[in-house]
Design a protein around this ligand. Sequence first.
Ligand code: URA
Length: 426
Amino acid sequence: MELFDAVDVIRTKRDRGELSNEQIDWVIDAYTRGAVGEEQMSALAMAIFLNGMNRREIARWTGAMIASGDRMDFSRLGKPTADKHSTGGVGDKITLPLAPLVASYGVAVPQLSGRGLGHTGGTLDKMEAIPGWRAALSNEEVMSQLADVGAVICAAGSGLAPADKKLYALRDTTATVECVPLIASSIMSKKIAEGTDSLVLDVKVGSGAFMKTIDQARELARTMVDLGTDAGVKTVALLTDMDTPLGLTAGNAVEVRESVEVLAGGGPKDVVDLTVALAREMLQSAGVDADPAEALADGRAMDSWNAMIRAQGGDPDAPLPTPRETETLVAPADGYITRMDALAVGVAAWRLGAGRARKEDPVQLAAGIELHATRGDKVRAGDPLLTLHTDTPERFERAKEVLKGAIDVGAEAPPSTNVVFERIAP
Ligand code: URA
């Protein structure tokens, strides 16, 4: 005999009521067990999408999703743990240089990551461009790598917040993804279950992000910071720019190459600035007083990267996959690039084969886009702007279609902006 009737729970939220703690615990548990049907959960998700949840409801919903699965425990490592989560963007390869950089200061960084779906790339897909590298690690392997090397980037096991796994797949097919209470509880249930001491959230704002306006991003960041803090995780959020792709690459192998440039002390300014800003937050939360820019300059972060790749079977010195075909697009006029639309570049990279349409699709490791110039740069008519990479040249046309109108060249340089807009702390 079930404690509640799903129809009553849906009706409560449909009529703008508050769900009780008992209703929330029951509905998440019953959905995970299959006693609440997909059609009932989709109606409830849409009612939440339309009518929202208050802080108590969101915290309880998150707790119920955590309770649906396992919790990891890093306390026996004997060193602080710090994690970063990004809400997803185009060219967002920051996890790659960030994890080894922070680990080079003696902080353990467990980056349990996912694959790309839609126009935002997935960290695991990028890392798999490195020959031999392995994403699937057992819990014991994660623990021993954290103890020895300090940094791990690997696939999140299926035991963490299984209720979220099921619900996220449902939201994807019912137009209920872009909803602050549901996004915040989805992300934070996984991060709290993972058991990190501290967490830095990179909340993206702009055309290539879920959150198109700063107000939406602020609300999401505040909700997640409150959830983490209430659960005993030291949590801060940075609101960062996603109107323009991050750095000069979007795709898989091309993003690994750029990350290695950053680890070698070079790389595009926005990627370096964001990596250092996030590393600073992670070190501060872990009680380490240091300037992370130093470990990029003196090679310590690169040593830590090489050790991390080798520990997972990869060869950091092996050549990365190269595309079978490339096509270069040129600047239409003299002037300054005033807009390089992140969403269009992300969708184009995806159409070239860097991403997948269904979760079981393979990705092309060599597919992606290399930018020769970005917002703020001066160009002359005919200069190379973008090089498209793919193994399947029939994809060029559809990629070029989405790039039409995505880049503006004007007479005046656009105002320069910082990649970090705002910091949200408890
Ligand atoms: N990422 C998640 O893990 N969940 C969401 O709901 C959105 C982005």
